[in-house]
Design a binder for this molecule. Structure first.
Ligand SMILES: [Zn+2]
Length: 401
């Protein structure tokens, strides 16, 4: 009948203050000790088998817990027996998991380290204070996290979305001259990573695959992407969405088209044509921009040959060139590039991927949502906190170990 004496809110403990003199307090404490000894019940514990609270201590054993930065620790695993059904079971200290050699927080730390520091697993595990954890263990945790990230992206898929998606791709060096293709989709306003996948090649087939997956997560009204296979197939999956090319890339290609070797000099006509073309993008409305382009089309036969090529290419893309002048959307995919550049050293350090690059890429792109501190009014807040979601750790959405 005293099985729940050690519960935090049992009546006897509440009444301890009623005992005024030291002697009574001492004696009641002795009684407590006695109950404790007799019952050895765990705080708030109950039998997982039958639900009964009548548990008694049933011995225990010592086990080791390993850490990343400190030497092996010994903790005590306690065994309990249920007085009602007779089942015995073991309780480990908080933060220690059965069959897992490291502490739970250490497993998380391994992934955090890998996501935030730019060096390979082997170097990382040798460097700094990480003394007691091998690079293989760290790699394995990164893989485990990556395996859960797709589901985690779907969990976050419930969050508000601006309707504007920025998609960008990045070649991932696999070693031995092999590259894979990392494709990332960000919310154009909040910068949240919506989805990140890796493909061995990136043709229309893979791009469509990526977009179909994306269509299950968010409803897209606007796309901002550079001139890639994504632009080519986007309206197949999102027929009503408006496409905008990355103006930064368009302008860069225009400037490139007018480049000549150091020995030659660009003609005055060519310089004038180049400026005229670049000026189109400073128009106030898309109507004005299209008019400026139309004037160039009209007189294209009088333009230098480089300008003719540029004008023809612009006309072929006209649908996605000037949407930013009429709609409140970003005109570049710089946000995605910025993300890639932040993680560049980490991605480079991953070149020893023989496999698992998908898990690796997904993990760092997901991690970004929790550790990418923005500037401006949301300075020092991660993307999710800036969105009003109180989460500082990717492990709110991923189970590790
Ligand atoms: Zn039981």
């Amino acid at each position: 009948m005293f099985w729940n004496l050690l519960c935090e809110k049992n009546n006897l403990q509440m009444q301890l203050s009623d005992f005024e003199d030291e002697e009574s307090i001492k004696s009641i404490q002795t009684i407590f000790k006695c109950f404790e000894f007799k019952n050895k019940s765990i705080k708030r514990g109950f039998c997982k088998h039958c639900g009964s609270y009548k548990l008694i201590g049933w011995g225990g054993y010592r086990r080791n817990v390993r850490h990343m930065y400190a030497e092996i620790e010994h903790v005590r695993a306690r065994r309990f027996r249920c007085k009602t059904c007779g089942t015995t079971f073991t309780v480990l200290p908080n933060g220690v998991t059965f069959y897992k050699r490291f502490g739970d927080k250490d497993y998380r730390e391994m992934v955090e380290q890998r996501c935030s520091r730019g060096s390979g697993y082997r170097r990382l595990s040798r460097r700094g204070k990480i003394k007691y954890c091998s690079h293989v263990t760290m790699w394995r945790q990164m893989q485990k996290t990556g395996e859960q990230t797709l589901d985690a992206f779907f969990d976050l898929g419930e969050l508000p979305f601006s309707g504007i998606i920025i998609i960008d791709e990045k070649w991932l060096r696999m070693g031995n001259g092999i590259f894979h293709f990392g494709c990332t989709a960000l919310d154009g306003i909040t910068g949240r990573t919506i989805l990140a996948e890796v493909y061995p090649t990136f043709t229309e087939k893979e791009a469509e695959e990526f977009l179909i997956l994306l269509s299950k997560l968010v409803d897209i009204e606007y796309l901002v992407a550079d001139d890639s296979v994504i632009q080519a197939v986007f309206n197949k999956v999102f027929p009503d969405a408006i496409r905008q090319y990355c103006i930064f890339h368009i302008k860069k290609n225009i400037k490139k088209a007018f480049q000549v070797t150091k020995l030659m000099k660009l003609s005055d006509e060519a310089i004038q044509a180049r400026e005229e073309i670049l000026n189109i993008f400073n128009a106030g409305t898309s109507e004005e921009a299209i008019q400026r382009l139309a004037i160039l089309v009209e007189k294209r036969h009088t333009l230098p040959w480089m300008a003719q090529g540029v004008v023809n290419r612009l006309v072929s893309k006209i649908e996605g060139l000037f949407q930013y002048l009429d709609h409140d959307i970003p005109k570049t995919s710089n946000q995605a590039e910025h993300t890639f550049s932040l993680f560049q050293p980490i991605i480079d350090a991953g070149k020893s991927f023989s496999n698992g690059v998908g898990n690796f890429f997904r993990t760092i792109m997901f991690y970004k949502n929790f550790h990418f501190y923005s500037s401006g009014p949301n300075k020092d807040k991660n993307t999710l906190i800036a969105m009003g979601i109180n989460s500082e750790s990717m492990f709110d959405f991923i189970q590790l170990p």
